[in-house]
Design a protein around this ligand. Structure first.
Ligand SMILES: Cc1cc2nc3c(=O)[nH]c(=O)nc-3n(C[C@H](O)[C@H](O)[C@H](O)COP(=O)(O)O)c2cc1C
Length: 370
């Protein structure tokens, strides 16, 4: 077992308030060192490079790309290849691929490795029909033999560790993850992430981390616990009771990187208005650089609500931003609402490693696209 459980658990003296798991402790996936026990979740339509780099700054030890279609990689789709861009300051980074055909997945994994990912992550969890109808994502939990063939052909194709992210099973109450998990490890997975909801549940109900604890007992690789981790108390309780090596945070970090800092270090989770505006402006600038103004302005709209919600700014202000034509105009309004943010933005930008060597000298041209 890689992640030892704290003594308090082993002696059955466990009490949520008193167990302290050090989230700043580093751990390993084979020879890849992960500096904290907090992982930023892969989220389609969210996990752009700007999100991942911000996540690393706020304490995530490992960040993940959103799921990338192996068919898109195979056909050298320009937009898909854009997902393979890796910045120098986001390592360690996992790039996640999805598909249903072992050879195509292996080819995609080679490209992911060449792009600079530290881990290739395989998606066996996506419950969305567009993906499952192609035989990919969570559907593969119903076909363990094919799932294992995918993992072994990917593991044979690359030198970096392979991870698998999965749900508990397809249908409510399923415990299939406990059968398939150890088989995926035998096939070559070096780490498993479990989001213990069924695919049928989508995001309703709660994540049952009793299953995470059972999975930890069954495998000799690290397990990452995903689902409903939104605070330090919850993260520590899940780590302590399951023996997982790390917790993964998804929705809790949307427009709220401060939650990551609170989970890793404790302290106040609520930022000032100036801090919110400074981080959002930086995020806007980075996203425009990454996606271009046209794509970024649509992509960013949901982030305005996420950043400015939680009682931080009045509702009409968010609505005002969403209808503006350009991100420059959004930036002007934000700074007018919290002028003190300007100084913070300068400080943040001065601290960021920038320039070609970080964000622009991308290996993407090697693939002839993007
Ligand atoms: C908008 C959104 C997009 C997601 N996209 C992916 C994805 O591309 N790959 C994946 O493995 N999981 C994806 N997930 C699932 C998350 O990684 C995570 O397992 C799930 O949200 C539970 O964690 P949370 O309660 O911290 O959000 C997505 C979740 C959300 C909310």
């Amino acid at each position: 077992m890689v992640a030892a459980r704290p003594d308090a658990v082993n002696t059955c003296q466990y009490h949520q308030q008193t167990v302290k798991v050090d989230l700043r402790e580093s751990w390993h996936i084979r020879d890849v060192e992960i500096p904290t026990r907090l992982v930023l979740a892969p989220m389609a339509g969210v996990s752009v490079q700007a999100f991942r780099r911000q996540g690393r700054r706020f304490g995530a030890g490992l960040v993940c790309s959103e799921m990338v279609s192996c068919a898109g990689i195979e056909h050298r789709n320009e937009k898909t290849l854009g997902y393979l861009r890796v910045a120098a300051d986001e390592h360690p980074l996992a790039i996640q691929i999805f598909g249903s055909e072992p050879r195509t997945m292996a080819d995609a994994a080679r490209m992911v490795e060449a792009a600079g990912a530290d881990l290739v992550d395989i998606n066996f969890g996506c419950p969305v029909r567009k993906v499952t109808k192609t035989g990919a994502g969570a559907t593969l939990l119903d076909d363990p033999e094919l799932a294992c063939r995918i993992v072994s052909s990917v593991a044979e194709a690359v030198a970096v560790p392979v991870s698998v992210k999965m749900r508990r099973g397809l249908r409510d109450g399923s415990r299939d993850c406990l059968d398939i998990g150890p088989r995926l490890v035998t096939a070559g997975a070096s780490v498993l992430t479990l989001h213990p909801r069924s695919a049928q549940q989508m995001y309703t109900g709660t994540a049952d981390h009793n299953l995470t604890a059972e999975l930890v007992d069954l495998v000799d690789v690290p397990v990452i616990a995903s689902g409903d981790i939104t605070s330090r108390a919850r993260a520590q309780a899940v780590l302590a009771t399951t023996g997982a090596a790390a917790v993964m945070v998804g929705r809790g970090a949307q427009g709220n990187p401060w939650a990551l800092r609170e989970i890793v270090d404790g302290g106040d989770a609520e930022p000032s208005r100036e801090e919110v505006v400074a981080e959002l402006v930086l995020f806007i600038r980075e996203t425009v650089r990454e996606l271009g103004e046209r794509r970024a302005s649509g992509f960013l709209k949901k982030f305005y609500a996420w950043y400015l919600g939680r009682g931080r700014f009045p509702k009409p202000f968010k609505q005002e931003l969403v209808v503006l034509d350009s991100t420059e105009e959004v930036e002007r309004r934000l700074i007018a609402a919290a002028p003190g943010a300007l100084e913070l933005i300068e400080l943040l930008e001065a601290e960021l490693p920038t320039g070609d060597e970080v964000t622009l000298a991308l290996p993407i041209s090697a693939f002839g696209g993007g």
